[in-house]
Ligand binder design. Structure first.
Ligand SMILES: Cc1cc2nc3c(=O)[nH]c(=O)nc-3n(C[C@H](O)[C@H](O)[C@H](O)COP(=O)(O)OP(=O)(O)OC[C@H]3O[C@@H](n4cnc5c(N)ncnc54)[C@H](O)[C@@H]3O)c2cc1C
Length: 372
């Protein structure tokens, strides 16, 4: 145990919380600092798909990172559930990705040579698997290893686990700036005063760049708004998550379904528009006609932490010694939480990480603020 080592984590979303839980279990003292309440921003707005296969369009380091995290998921949630007594409602039913036409079919089939766990199904096979699907679908891919959780439940699980683990949680404590001494980041300035630690880890999601700019570093990140609806069908319709271009339907244990999501560069605006709600419902009903009669349960929007190359920032930077980055998880932060937690813990402990982090190094894009 390395109990003298300490870490400050800026941002209490799923990424910061997952890192805190792993660090504490590795014997590191952790302070988790959050400007609002824990796990309320993007992490509570997500649909909960663990879509390492369905979401990724090309082979490479990011696909491998997603699979790495996916393989850790079940054990990670089981351990957190045991600690907290709260279930994250893990469902291992798989995801199907629907092709409507020849173009969709060609695009999906082009993934088969490199994707690990996928199978092409014809329309009739699909309707055997999920009889409520539209008779107009052409076919699609079945990803049996892409599971799901309920993100709001997972938030309760993680929060309760962190409290059990004795994490020093500071909610309603905005971090105003990072403190540098002798060219190293050594602490943070907050609404409640200054805090110092051996490691400072930036997990501030879509807000991360506001904290690097005062150091003279431009982190090219931006919020990508996603509006979602929760609906309740008249009777249970599907067991698997159904995904197609521009829409997914994620059935939950309580009989509701999350239908998502828009993808908008709209600044920090989190309003839900009637037009988006109507469009999401129409796309969902095209997939599952029985949803014409669904009850609207709720609507919400969240801000994905976007990056231009759609890759996260994980690791340290030669331009900001002392600062570790774990941000920019964009559409896949729920999936990537256990993997990011484990990799960051390995970095803090001075171990070589399980995955090569070079493709995710912040230095690939981190520029001086004056660089334009
Ligand atoms: C509609 C939607 C659907 C999604 N569906 C999925 C899905 O199915 N599967 C999946 O894997 N991912 C999904 N995602 C993506 C996923 O939600 C994000 O990638 C993930 O939540 C990012 O986690 P985070 O901790 O980095 O960010 P956040 O959850 O946004 O947390 C960042 C935290 O930092 C805090 N913070 C910021 N600045 C400061 C400061 N100065 N001081 C203190 N605290 C600060 C914020 O208040 C916030 O709580 C979805 C996202 C959206 C919006």
């Amino acid at each position: 145990m390395n109990s003298k080592t300490s870490a400050i984590i800026v941002g209490g979303g799923i990424i910061g919380s997952a890192i805190a839980a792993d660090l504490i279990r590795a014997g590191i003292r952790c302070t988790l600092v959050e400007k609002g309440a824990l796990l309320q921003e993007a992490s509570a707005a997500a649909a909960g798909m663990l879509g390492a296969q369905v979401e990724i369009h090309r082979p490479g380091a990011f696909y491998e990172l997603c699979r790495y995290s996916q393989q850790l998921y079940r054990k990670w949630t089981e351990e957190l559930e045991e600690l907290s007594g709260v279930s994250p409602q893990y469902i291992d039913q798989g995801i199907v990705r629907i092709a409507w036409n020849e173009e969709d079919e060609n695009e999906l089939r082009s993934r088969l040579p490199w994707i690990q766990d996928a199978q092409w199904l014809e329309a009739n096979e699909f309707r055997e698997l999920e009889p409520a699907l539209s008779s107009h679908i052409r076919g699609g891919l079945h990803f049996p290893m892409d599971h799901q959780v309920q993100p709001v439940q997972l938030a309760h699980t993680l929060q309760a686990a962190l409290r059990k683990l004795g994490c020093d949680i500071r909610e309603w404590t905005p971090v105003f700036s990072l403190i540098e001494r002798g060219g190293r980041v050594v602490g943070i300035r907050t609404s409640e005063g200054d805090l110092y630690a051996d490691h400072v880890i930036l997990c501030a999601g879509a807000w991360s760049s506001a904290l690097t700019e005062p150091l003279g570093l431009k982190l090219p990140m931006f919020p990508v708004k996603g509006q979602c609806i929760s609906i309740r069908p008249p009777a249970p319709l599907i067991r698997k998550t159904v995904f197609t271009k521009g829409c997914y339907i994620v059935p939950k244990k309580d009989g509701t379904m999350i239908v998502g999501a828009t993808q908008e560069e709209a600044g920090f605006d989190k309003r839900c528009l009637v037009s988006a709600v109507g469009a999401l419902h129409a796309k969902a009903a095209a997939l599952l006609p029985a949803l014409e009669q669904a009850e609207l349960v709720s609507t919400w929007a969240g801000l994905r932490p976007g990056t231009r190359d759609e890759l996260p920032f994980i690791g340290n930077s030669s331009k900001a010694p002392g600062l570790l980055f774990a941000t920019g998880h964009y559409r896949n932060g729920i999936l990537l939480a256990p993997g990011t937690g484990k990799l960051m813990t390995q970095l803090v402990l001075g171990q070589s990480p399980d995955r090569d982090l070079a493709p995710f190094a912040p230095d690939r894009v981190l520029a001086g603020v004056d660089a334009g």
